[in-house]
Design a protein around this ligand. Structure first.
Ligand SMILES: *Cc1c(COP(=O)(O)O)cnc(C)c1O
Length: 391
């Protein structure tokens, strides 16, 4: 594969087909997928209803640009607005949704007569994307190193440190951006107290509260939006990953109060919310309701955490206690073992997991997964661990 840049450390496996919670390689060998394309394929691979919606849309209308209205984006926006009480801007990815949030927050302050209110405050451990604005709000230096100079006006405050927020959010803060559950840096949930304090300080100081739900939204925590889980309402929510169940689409949802920050011509995207991805996302939302997915996720989450907790107890020299919420979990691996080596050994057992910061295995299975499939994954991990740690 020397034609591709080497910016990814791809595993040596080629998938040709997917179905439900399984991916199939060239030999037709099934792999149980517990990472779902990095928290993307919430309804599993090649869901027939989504495939049908995509095929119908692809043979009806594929692209108009945002110069005109079209039905899929209009209906999808209505569905998201009905569920969130917010207005919708479409883009193509998570990083773009965060760019839109940063731009809206700054322009909102500017329009309201506070041009100096331009700072974006983010958290230690944050990951918001790879483009320059989102990267400037991403704390981990390994993503930033060598890419400077980065945009100005970004600050960091310690994640989950309630008292530090008081000085971090000030009169010059345009937005405070936070992942309700930090994904890339190791699946660390925010505390409710932290998010509540952030809400109160943003209100007091005129800043917008932005929840980056790109990874933890779209039902992964057992509610459509992560903010519903925490009971704290942000001004802006960013979505992408699972929204199109595999088709590229992102969204920024903005409250009625701050949505007028962006006006005609202020921001845009050629493809944003284009008909085929929008049709996929619309089918996804409709199927979620039919499947009663929230109850399913709550039940499967109990199984996942019971299995991971049991593994951590069985192999205390290898694992620390699991972290996470809903169907987003990390199992921290103890040195000298590397999470990436455990993931590779699991792949040899035909089970796919991710890794996350802090030397952890990451689990973000399709939300439709069954208890038996979760137990199958845990059994494979047990087999791998027995081989890696001979008694
Ligand atoms: C993946 C991710 C992003 C970036 O999304 P892309 O679609 O890769 O640009 C942003 N924020 C969070 C929390 C993510 O998990």
């Amino acid at each position: 594969m020397s034609a591709l840049l080497e910016n990814y450390a791809r595993a040596d496996v080629t998938f040709v087909r997917g179905s439900g919670c399984y991916l199939f390689d060239e030999n037709g060998t099934p792999f149980l997928d517990l990472i779902a394309g990095i928290a993307v394929c919430a309804l599993g691979h090649a869901h027939p209803e989504i495939a049908k919606a995509v095929a119908e849309q692809a043979s009806t209308l594929v692209h108009t640009s945002n110069l005109y209205h079209h039905e899929p984006a209009g209906t999808l926006a209505q569905e998201l607005a009905r569920r969130s009480g917010m207005r919708v801007f479409f883009c193509n990815s998570g990083t773009e949704a965060n760019e839109a949030a940063i731009k809206l927050a700054r322009k909102f302050a500017y329009r309201n007569g506070f041009p100096e209110r331009s700072t974006v405050v983010a958290c230690t451990g944050s990951f918001h994307g790879r483009t320059y604005g989102a990267l400037a709000a991403t704390a981990n230096v390994s993503y930033r190193e060598g890419f400077g100079p980065l945009p100005e006006g970004f600050r960091f405050t310690p994640f989950n440190d309630v008292s530090a927020l008081d000085t971090a959010i000030d009169d010059e803060t345009a937005a405070f951006i936070v992942e309700p559950v930090q994904g890339e840096s190791g699946v660390n949930p925010a505390t409710r107290a932290f998010l509540e304090r952030a809400r109160a300080l943003c209100d007091e100081r005129g800043a917008l509260l932005v929840f980056d739900e790109v990874q933890c939204g779209m039902g992964r925590l057992g509610k459509l939006f992560a903010f519903e889980h925490f009971g704290v309402r942000p001004d802006i929510v960013t979505l992408s990953k699972a929204l199109g169940n595999g088709l590229p689409i992102g969204a920024m949802l903005a409250s009625e109060g701050c949505a007028p920050g962006l006006r005609a011509g202020d921001h845009g995207s050629t493809f944003g919310g284009s008909p085929v991805p929008a049709a996929a996302a619309l089918a996804h939302l409709r199927l979620r309701d039919e499947l009663d997915l929230d109850a399913h996720v709550a039940a499967r989450s109990r199984t996942l955490f019971a299995e991971l907790t049991a593994l951590a107890r069985e192999f205390p020299e290898v694992f620390d206690a699991p972290r996470g919420l809903g169907l987003l979990a990390a199992l921290p691996v103890r040195e000298p073992l590397r999470a990436s080596d455990v993931a590779a050994a699991l792949r040899a057992q035909r089970v796919l997991v991710g890794t996350a910061g802090g030397n952890a295995l990451r689990f973000a299975p399709p939300l439709i997964i069954s208890d038996n499939q979760l137990r199958e994954g845990a059994a494979a991990l047990r087999t791998v661990l027995k081989a890696l740690t001979p008694a």
